[in-house]
Design a binder for this molecule. Structure first.
Ligand code: SF4
Ligand code: SF4
Length: 400
């Protein structure tokens, strides 16, 4: 079903365009009336973020990569410049959202700066997700000139040893750090993305300290989802549900310190933990007390975010391989508003297992991709990596 906004509604996406991503979040946090802003950000099924795999080509072969097609150069099936601009027009027609140019390695695309500038010119907020290794001074300047607002760099450990092992390339940690500093020297907003799994969980505290010392704007931690290359390592790399709980509780504590923007991504039950902890502490959650986390919820796949593959397939997120449509066959707006998979994901009554009866389902929903992987296909099944027992189940077991 379509999600028209009334002409006089102030769209959260429009608000984002009044400043850098950091300034917008800060202004929301500073407002006394944080709740109304939070409500606008959480407007139902409003497209806020599109991750676009601009190419499947990449210079690295990370062991946890979500890519299904792995290549060391641009692929013939990558969208052309013209197809890409048309896609951006279609996205902007739906929402002036944030468009993250990702990959593979987006800097493999010679037209990436042209595409970024084009996206900016039609009202999208442009961001870039890179492994950082190709960001020389010259490249950093081009990124700034292309009006990209924020660059996220993936770091999979606090040390070169851990990161390089996972990235399958010695020296990749050093080059990523160099890339980060080249961007910062030009005043670019930077963010560190980190996939947390068994190989690096022992370094997570140091990673947080490094992020502060490096002066990045944000640290986003991702919980491994067993898709693409990640399938092969899932058994060895996935954290146990209890460890997951421990890391997310720690993440809650550091998030409350407010030293840096923090976000637990693809860890939906963080939003349950946040509420449990805040209740215990007697705090009402607002952007002022809990920052960005107060403005959003757990799994946003197909509700506020989606992922577009290098060929043009549209997925709920980069980790849930259920195709919602193809932008070369159908306008993006039609896919976003009408596809069956998005319709399912927007209907919480369809959640299965314990997620379906959980009192936190509205703010959490569990990871649909991990449910898909665990059940070999049911993306509405319960999240397999959550230890919480919903009250209704507890009561039934207690015979109440
Ligand atoms: S299904 Fe939701 S929580 Fe899971 S990886 Fe996708 S966006 Fe993240
Ligand atoms: S049971 Fe499901 S909805 Fe409830 S907190 Fe766990 S993952 Fe979230």
């Amino acid at each position: 079903m379509p999600h028209p906004s009334k002409p006089n509604d102030s769209n959260p996406s429009d608000e984002k365009r009044k400043g850098t991503i950091k300034q917008v979040y800060q202004s929301i946090k500073d407002k006394d009336d944080g709740h109304s802003h939070a409500r606008k950000f959480m407007m139902k099924d409003q497209l806020r973020l599109v991750f676009w795999e601009t190419t499947a080509g990449c210079n690295l072969e990370c062991v946890h990569c979500r890519r299904l097609d792995v290549a060391h150069e641009m692929m013939k099936s990558d969208l052309t410049t013209e197809q890409s601009k048309q896609l951006m027009d279609n996205i902007a027609a739906e929402s002036k959202c944030i468009l993250v140019l990702s990959g593979g390695e987006p800097l493999f695309r010679p037209d990436i700066y042209e595409l970024a500038e084009y996206g900016h010119s039609i009202g999208l907020t442009m961001a870039l997700a890179t492994n950082g290794t190709l960001v020389t001074h010259e490249v950093a300047q081009k990124i700034v000139d292309a009006k990209i607002q924020r660059v996220s760099i993936s770091l999979d450990g606090a040390s070169a040893q851990t990161h390089d092992k996972f990235r399958n390339l010695p020296g990749s940690f050093e080059s990523a750090m160099r890339g980060l500093k080249n961007l910062q020297a030009l005043g670019m907003e930077t963010q560190i993305n980190s996939t947390i799994a068994k190989h690096n969980v022992h370094e997570v505290k140091q990673l947080y300290q490094n992020a502060i010392d490096l002066g990045v704007e944000a640290l986003h931690i991702f919980m491994l989802v067993p898709v693409g290359c990640g399938v092969k390592i899932a058994d060895d790399a996935m954290l146990e549900a209890e460890k997951y709980e421990e890391v997310l509780n720690w993440f809650y504590e550091i998030s409350r310190e407010g030293k840096i923007q923090t976000k637990a991504t693809c860890a939906p039950h963080y939003f349950r933990i946040m509420r449990q902890r805040a209740k215990k502490e007697g705090i009402t959650i607002s952007p002022k007390t809990h920052g960005m986390a107060a403005m959003t919820k757990g799994c946003l796949a197909g509700q506020s975010i989606c992922f577009i593959s290098h060929k043009g397939e549209v997925f709920p997120c980069g980790y849930l391989p259920v195709e919602a449509g193809h932008v070369l066959k159908q306008p993006f707006t039609e896919i976003w508003n009408k596809s069956q998979v998005f319709t399912d994901l927007r209907d919480q009554d369809k959640l299965g297992g314990k997620c379906g009866v959980c009192e936190y389902k509205k703010v959490c929903e569990g990871c649909r991709a991990r449910a898909f992987f665990d059940t070999q296909g049911d993306y509405m099944a319960e999240e397999p990596y959550c230890i919480y027992e919903p009250t209704s189940i507890k009561q039934a077991l207690d015979g109440k």
